[in-house]
Design a protein around this ligand. Structure first.
Ligand code: MG
Ligand code: ZN
Length: 174
């Protein structure tokens, strides 16, 4: 079976506004889409699987439950579907940094799990994120990487490309 190409999207700071530092989006009321997330995903759907890979360490810290996160994602997906934007699958790491799991970005575990389950062609896929750890995870998994931020800290990860906003990635992925 031919392998499929994917766009891996970080969630917070890419699809929705991120929470304040050290905080998490804990319920749907706190979730706010970023401009052009839906229409960009809808365009990506024509050529790629779209997979979300998200660290949600607030789960293991007890700030929210896995059900809370599932509920946010159900709402997010139904809102996106109204705009013909489909997320094929969402992978979440619930662990806190000190748990040293293999799935929390910058580790590539979520991407590798998706690649196995969905038969993804990693070298011809892209990881899109707004943080250093997204770029590191993408590179460890063997993907191309696009950084959606221009901070010096994030640039240290040496992404393959940088873009100012999610809609700009449409000019970079092919
Ligand atoms: Mg982020
Ligand atoms: Zn984890």
């Amino acid at each position: 079976m031919t392998k499929k190409r994917a766009i891996f999207l970080d969630r917070d700071g890419v699809i929705n506004k991120k929470a304040k530092e050290h905080d998490y989006i804990k319920n749907w009321g706190e979730f706010e889409f970023l401009p052009h997330a839906a229409d960009t995903i809808s365009q990506l759907n024509k050529k790629f699987l779209v997979v979300v890979v998200s660290n949600q360490g607030g789960i293991s810290q007890g700030l929210m439950t896995a059900d809370d996160v599932n509920s946010i994602h159900a709402n997010m997906q139904s809102e996106l579907e109204k705009n013909n934007a489909i997320i094929d699958k969402i992978y979440v790491c619930p662990h806190y940094i000190k748990e040293m799991c293999a799935c929390r970005k910058p580790e590539p575990g979520l991407i590798l799990e998706a690649a196995k389950e969905l038969n993804i062609d990693l070298p011809n896929s892209y990881m899109i994120g707004d943080s250093l750890i997204d770029i590191e995870a993408g590179k460890k998994a063997g993907c191309k990487t696009i950084l959606l931020a221009d901070t010096s800290a994030a640039r240290e990860a040496k992404p393959h490309f940088t873009a100012r906003s999610i809609s700009d990635i449409l000019y970079l992925v092919n």
